[in-house]
Every structure is written in structure tokens, then in C-alpha cells.
Ligand binder design. Sequence first.
Ligand code: 5AD
Ligand code: SF4
Ligand code: FES
Length: 347
Amino acid sequence: MEEQARKGLIEKAERTHRLSPEELAALLADAEAEEELAAAADRVRHAFVGDEVHLRGLIEFSSYCRQNCLYCGLRRDNGKAQRYRLSPEEIVALAAKAKAYGYFTAVMQSGEDPWFTAERLAAIVREVKKLGLAVTLSVGERTKEEYRVLREAGADRFLLRIETTDKDIYEALDPGMSHENRFRCLADLKDLGYEVGTGCLIGLPGQTVETLARDILFFQEIDADMVGVGPLVPNEDTPLGGEQPGDMHLTRRVVAATRLLLPEANIPATTAMETLKPNAREWILRSGANVVMPNVTEGEARQKYALYPGKACVADTPEHCRVCMEGRIRALGRTVGQGAGGRRRVL
Ligand code: 5AD
Ligand code: SF4
Ligand code: FES
């Protein structure tokens, strides 16, 4: 793209928070736009969500999954996956530790594990809510009734990435899952009053800047409260093991463009990004992101929850990561969020 055109588009996005699919795709395709895009996203981040970086304590409570996503180490056909399931008491104890570390949100994540029925999960959510934490669930596709039971138990937020808005790519990579049901889940979650997080993977086979542009416009269309974007990290125990890792620069441009179009959203600097590039979390926090999700899972479970290999911080303790992250945030001239850090409407 010509320099004038590029500057014009970035200015327009920063001022109006709107771009056409073609304009977005052109920016995503343009490696030379990256620094300006990131700088604009950093300004929008500062103006709309401020300098606080919200930390969410991530509890990975079960590595069982009934799904078979081609990229993911927890897929049911991966015989090498090490399966574990924390007990409800262990999960609540980890949430209590998250609280003690000074986190204000517990994110409870697992594969799609049918052992955790809505009722069992609801009982855990009620206990965690008693600690005074905001609760985010990331447990995959459920019926609206199940989502309702969990919401009524006190769950505040829910993460469910669309992964890609391209139906053909989605259904090829997530066999047995339908794109319609994924959209249905997101609509039900919104309808039930959850803060809804979604997002996509960068580097899926067949993906183009056009599909990524549509992903970002989809996040905007559903008014996503949170958007997690991370690169594919190939896992050799999965069918996508031979793929190239997702491009970290393209990932950064997608994060920055997402901030420009969804100025109020909570956007994490993902662990997948840190896995590909040391200190990537800082890099992404300076390119539009305002959230980090340090892992509070302990012991063997921490190693066993292996979506992809080489996951950043697997060998570190939760205490260490807490102190480490705070130092890294301060070094950026930012502060650790002192509150639940939910979506705040400004516009
Ligand atoms: N690399 C990067 N991210 C992955 N996820 C699953 N497998 C991988 C992988 N190999 C992401 C998916 C899912 C989230 C919990 O983890 O986007 O939604
Ligand atoms: Fe299961 Fe989620 Fe992994 Fe798919 S991405 S196999 S649903 S844990
Ligand atoms: Fe885990 Fe720094 S955040 S070691």
C-alpha cells in the first residue's frame, strides 16, 4: 500500500473505529503498516481502557475433551495426551489461591469434559463466587439451559473463540462441530447477560487476510467484550503438527486492528504468543492489549494441560509468575488492575 493510503486508513480507524473488509484486509496484509498500526492501537487502548493491565488467574481444571480439533493437543484422538481432572475441592482451592495472589478474576478452563455437568460446575462457581472473585468460564459448547444454570450460579463471563469465521475452514478443522452451533452458543451467552469473549487462531490452513478481516468485523458485530487472538503453535501429536507456526507479526497486526475497531474490549496478550517469542506479552501489551492470564494451575496438571508444546511458564510456579508479571507490567509504565476489570462502556 502507498504510504499516504496506509496513513489515511490507520487515521480513519483510530478516529471512527470503522473499516470496510477490504480496508482491513489491506492493512493486515501490509507488513510495513505494523508499527503505525500498533502505535495507533496503543493510543486507543490508553484512551478507552487506560493503563491498567488486568490479571486473570487461569485454572486449567480438566484435560479431557470430547472434541477432536485438528490443532489441539487435548483432542480426543490424541492418545499421547495426559488426562487429568481436578476435583471440585481442588478447583475451589486454586481459586482461593488466585484470590490470595491478588487476582480479581478466576478463569476456569477445560476441554469439553462431560464429567463436569452444568450442575457440578454450578456448585463450583457458587463456591468461587463466595470468595468475591469474578468468574470466567471457558468450557466449550453447551446448551442454552446449561449456560443459564451457570449464569444463575454466578458466572460473569464466558470465553468461546470462534477460531475462524470461515465456515469451511472451521468445519474442516473442528470435525463434528458445526459453525452454526458455535454462533448459537455465542448468541445464547450474550442473551443470558454474560460478558462474552471470543477470538481466533492465526495460521490455520486456508486462512487469508480476507478471512481475518471478517473475523475482526464479526467481533465488532457481536460487540464482543473480550477478544483473544493467538498464533497456532503446531503440536506434533495432532494432524496439524507439520504446519508452520502462526505468523507473530500478522498476529500483532490482528490484535492492533481489533483494538482499533473494538476500543472498549478487553484484549489479552496470549500465552501462545509468548510461547513463540519471549517477551511477546510486553510487545502485545504495547500494541493494543490490556489483559494477561497468568496460569494458577499447580503441579502435574500444569504440564498436562498441553494444547501445544513449549507453553510459556509451564515450569514456573504460580507465585513466581505473579511477581514476574507485575514487574513486567511496571517496567512498561503500566499498573496492575485493582478491580474486576470487566467491560466498561465508554462509547
Ligand atoms: N496453538 C495455539 N492455540 C491453540 N488452541 C488450541 N490448540 C492450539 C494450538 N495448537 C486454542 C484454541 C482454543 C483455545 C483454548 O486454545 O483457539 O479456543
Ligand atoms: Fe477440545 Fe477446545 Fe482442544 Fe477443541 S480446542 S480439542 S474443544 S480443548
Ligand atoms: Fe510466568 Fe514470567 S509470567 S515466568
